[in-house]
Design a protein around this ligand. Structure first.
Ligand SMILES: Nc1ncnc2c1ncn2[C@@H]1O[C@H](COP(=O)(O)OP(=O)(O)O)[C@@H](O)[C@H]1O
Ligand SMILES: [Mg+2]
Length: 372
């Protein structure tokens, strides 16, 4: 008798600027999932935030496209039944929508997907899910809080300051002076909560600071100003596990632009991945160790890609950020690094689902009531 297939809800799309990237990641994942082990339940989240239960025909379109059409569904925030609830009475005809899901793989990038919000819903519904919990996801999305946790572990990061948008608007001169007193130009200015380099600028001199802050302030109420790492090399490591995470080989990105901006991330074919990165063994092992520490510092689970900036001349290693739901197409850095470390794409998905089930079981072993 074959084992019962796991019913896996794959959630993708979403309300963030990374909607399209998410579709591409999810397509790769669903194509690779072994149908003998998994019963796929594709759930597309529209840009407006509706959850749509796609039927299998949605996956049969031309390569790299996914039509977000299907019956509107919801997941209820109570632990009685882990099934999707159809919202349109009598519509659609997706007969199996109401069978409970065994696990969810939220392939959502950015705010309202990678930031703990949707993870909170899975907790309420008591469904195992791939990736970090509410806390790890939330701090992984907030560069200001993330840096505070890195510093607490004495992990090396670029000098930085955090400001509220209100402080910037009320006292721009004071904000600039505080940064100038702390580190020399050039700087990077970023909204604390976002990704894909959106709203980020490099500031070479005083004159560029105001426009850069105004730009970042459009996206978030919290802004980070940090010292630029000189001739920075972009180095990334994949981490996997729960309480005892492990690091992959180290990879490097050669962006075609001055920094790894939105265009070089998603639009530019000239960006190249070098796996493994050409770095001395001592530097590589330091980076892997720091990657695991960063994962633990943020209380991540399942997976994370940990990004570093390595100074071009001195090879000093700076921890940059943790991405709790990194790009996951078959050519993305996260799976590529595991492939180079001996774990092929489909097996990686198996392991992540297994880790989701293990973490759920571990959390369930908590005593939930007191004094009975
Ligand atoms: N302190 C820094 N020094 C040098 N380059 C930086 C620095 N901060 C950011 N960058 C450049 O900007 C890119 C995007 O910044 P990052 O903090 O990774 O934001 P995102 O979450 O949008 O990826 C980095 O990949 C790097 O190219
Ligand atoms: Mg980044």
């Amino acid at each position: 008798m074959p084992e019962k297939r796991l019913r896996v809800g794959v959630l993708f799309g979403g309300r963030s600027a990374e909607h399209e990237v998410s579709l591409r990641s999810a397509l790769s994942i669903m194509e690779a999932m072994d149908r003998d082990k998994y019963e796929l339940v594709p759930i597309g989240v529209s840009k407006a935030g509706e959850w749509l239960r796609l039927d299998s025909r949605a996956l049969e379109g031309p390569a790299n496209t996914l039509a977000l059409q299907g019956e509107r569904v919801a997941l209820l925030p109570h632990p009685e039944d882990q099934s999707l609830v159809p919202l349109d009475n009598g519509a659609g005809g997706v007969q199996d929508a109401q069978k409970p899901l065994d696990v969810v793989f939220p392939v959502l990038h950015g705010p309202l997907g990678e930031d703990g919000t949707v993870q909170g819903l899975f907790e309420l519904a008591d469904i195992p899910y791939v990736g970090s919990g509410v806390l790890g996801s939330a701090v992984g999305m907030d560069k200001a809080t993330m840096k505070a946790l890195f510093l607490q572990r004495q992990l090396n990061i670029p000098a930085h300051r955090v400001f509220l948008r209100k402080h910037w608007r009320d006292d721009p001169h004071g904000v600039r002076s505080e940064c100038e007193a702390t580190f020399a130009y050039p700087w990077f200015v970023k909204p604390a909560n976002l990704g894909s380099s959106v709203g980020i600028s490099k500031v070479h001199n005083q004159g560029e600071f105001g426009p850069a802050m105004d730009e970042a302030a459009q996206y978030d109420r919290k802004l980070v100003v940090e010292s630029a790492v000189e001739h920075a090399r972009e180095v990334e490591v994949s981490v996997m596990g729960n309480d005892e995470p492990v690091a992959s080989v180290v990879g490097e990105i050669l962006p075609s632009h001055e920094f790894y901006d939105y265009e070089s991330k998603y639009l530019d074919e000239a960006t190249r991945l070098i796996i493994p990165a050409d770095l001395p063994e001592t530097v590589t092992s330091r980076i892997q160790k720091m990657a695991v520490e960063a994962f633990l510092a943020l209380d991540c689970a399942g997976l994370a890609r940990v990004d570093f900036l390595v100074a071009g001349k001195t090879l000093e290693v700076y921890l940059s950020e943790v991405n709790t739901m990194p790009g996951f197409t078959s050519v993305s850095m996260y799976p590529k690094l595991w492939e180079a470390s001996g774990i092929p794409y489909a097996e990686l998905i198996d392991k992540l689902i297994q880790l989701a089930l293990e973490r759920h079981a571990e959390v369930h072993s908590n005593r939930r009531s007191f004094g009975e």
